[in-house]
Ligand binder design. Structure first.
Ligand code: FAQ
Length: 309
């Protein structure tokens, strides 16, 4: 058997590929791209919510929001570590993100305009993230799959806190319910875009499915998300902003309207409502934190010298 055939046999047998195993260069590069993109999304994804920490309406909600934003930082760190096992450096990944050569999820380029957005992000954005990430716990690459198990547990907690926040708003005054409706109006379509282009337009799906990096296609995941979420919107008494949404008895799924793909590509290519601000803020945080990284390195070097003495 050639190394390629041996590799594919391991994947087909549902065994894991580990960092020291032989792997095709394309597999390595696909994983670096996807895991780095995922890590960057977690880190940039802290910005829309951290924007509301100082304005949380109660101490209870503030504590929850701080914990959630901190969790996202932690997810970024597990994922950067998983990417590093493939031979890419953390500083290199930061550099590529700052230069606009690495992507992050389109969803984080939209502004958070009201307190209800904290609920909607938990419900829809974390909800879409889990729908996508449950399949990644079965990814063929061991370090990524294992990181995803832990991340999914935390994401499902995030999803529930967001939904609970919206339940409270929807049981509140008319203006609180209107705030929740306005929020779902703005986040519904961007949340559906998180799953990526239609399968027919997806560059990587076919190969990634063969390598068992992805286990379910973009369109199938999006459908799963719609089927789950519409019922949750009904329970809240909120309208999903899609006039074409209806239950299809024959398919056993909801039919839904067309996504604005022009908007999707505009945001992915760096021209969404908040792209420039998000990257500028990230670069500033990286530069401002340089002294912390230098101090940590100096401390580690001192410790090493002390234990060698
Ligand atoms: N945004 O061929 P495909 C979270 C790009 S974490 C931007 O279908 P693939 C937690 C794609 O990269 C959210 N770009 O690509 C949280 C490719 O371009 P490239 C992040 C997108 O990789 C919650 C091109 O389009 N989750 O939310 C997007 O097979 C709250 C063609 O696409 C992950 O990253 C997009 N939405 O499938 C944090 C999960 N979609 O790279 C804070 C892991 C596609 O060739 C607060 N990633 N593109 O230049 C994945 O599962 C996959 O990468 C997909 C895309 C499904 C996202």
């Amino acid at each position: 058997m050639s190394p390629e055939e041996q590799f594919q046999a391991i994947v087909d047998a549902e065994d894991k590929i580990e960092p020291s195993d032989w792997m095709p260069e394309g597999y390595r590069q696909t994983l670096i791209r996807q895991i780095a993109q995922h890590a960057h999304s977690e880190v940039i994804g802290m910005q829309p919510e951290s924007n509301w920490i100082t304005r949380a309406p109660t101490l209870y909600r503030k504590a929850i929001l701080i914990a959630k934003v901190q969790d996202e930082a932690g997810h970024g760190l597990y994922l950067y570590s998983a990417a590093e096992t493939l031979g890419v450096g953390r500083d290199e990944m930061q550099e590529l993100l700052h230069q606009g050569k690495h992507k992050y999820s389109s969803i984080f380029n939209y502004p958070t305009l009201s307190w209800a957005d904290m609920g909607t992000i938990g419900w829809l954005v974390d909800g879409a993230a889990i729908t996508n990430q449950v399949m990644l716990t079965r990814c063929s690459y061991g370090p990524y799959a294992r990181a995803m198990v832990r991340i999914c547990k935390e994401e499902s907690f995030h999803q529930r806190q967001g939904y609970e926040l919206l339940i409270r708003l929807c049981q509140g005054s008319a203006s609180q319910k209107a705030m929740a409706q306005d929020s779902i109006n703005r986040w519904w379509w961007p949340a559906l875009m998180m799953f990526g282009p239609h399968d027919g337009d997806s560059t990587h799906t076919e190969q990634s499915m063969k390598w068992k990096i992805k286990r379910v296609t973009n369109d199938d995941l999006r459908q799963q998300f719609v089927d789950m979420t519409v019922r949750q919107a009904d329970y809240l008494g909120l309208e999903v902003p899609d006039p074409d949404l209806r239950w299809n008895e024959e398919r056993g799924h909801y039919d839904f309207g067309d996504i604005d793909w022009e908007e999707f590509w505009r945001v992915v290519k760096g021209n969404g409502p908040m792209n420039r601000e998000r990257v500028a803020h990230k670069v500033k945080a990286w530069d401002d934190g340089a002294w912390v990284r230098e101090a940590a390195m100096a401390h580690a070097a001192k410790e090493e010298a002390r234990s060698a003495a």
